[in-house]
Ligand binder design. Structure first.
Ligand SMILES: [Zn+2]
Ligand SMILES: [Zn+2]
Length: 174
């Protein structure tokens, strides 16, 4: 969806508000596609700063389904997107170096979806846990340990400890 911003770039003092639908129902992140189970409209406000330059402000809320890092159970992860971005028209020549990374601008048109995709990306949570003390899954049988113990012998020697032991033994031999 390309939104024509010619009026905002060319009319001094121009102010324009829009409410738009974000069409995708999933989001691709590092090779995984996550379902968007809730989303608000995108509220955007454009204000002319000077000819060829505008300020865009807005917000959108969405809820993504992301698997828990430890037990892989789906977690509903709310994201609150708040953005403020200066936009430049293609003929704002002197400020051309400020347009770096504005790949969501196509001439006088703003690709709202591409811009929002970028905002979702920078708001993606680094770590997702179903609960802070998630116990994860058993490495032997795959049982979800939040639902109780499975009784497997899950003792796995820590490889770092093994390395320290090797150093210790090596030292003894000298
Ligand atoms: Zn979990
Ligand atoms: Zn087990």
């Amino acid at each position: 969806m390309l939104m024509n911003l010619t009026d905002v770039f060319t009319s001094e003092g121009k102010d324009r508000k829009e409410s738009l639908c974000y069409e995708p129902d999933s989001f691709l992140y590092m090779g995984n596609r996550y379902r968007i189970c809730e989303k608000s409209l995108i509220d955007i406000e454009f204000a002319n700063i000077e000819t060829g330059k505008a300020l865009m402000k807005g917000s959108m809320n969405l809820v993504l389904e992301i698997p828990c890092d430890r037990c892989l159970q789906m977690v509903k992860e709310p994201l609150e997107i708040r953005f403020e971005q200066e936009l430049f028209s293609p003929d704002a020549g002197a400020q051309v170096e400020d347009q770096d990374g504005q790949d969501f601008m196509h001439g006088y048109g703003l690709d709202v979806e591409a811009f929002i995709n970028g905002e979702i990306l920078i708001n993606m949570p680094v770590k997702v846990l179903c609960r802070p003390d998630c116990k994860g899954i058993c490495r032997v049988c795959g049982h979800n340990l939040n639902e109780g113990e499975c009784g497997c012998d899950t003792f796995v020697p820590d490889p770092r400890m093994a390395a320290i032991k090797d150093i210790f033994h090596a030292g003894k031999e000298v």
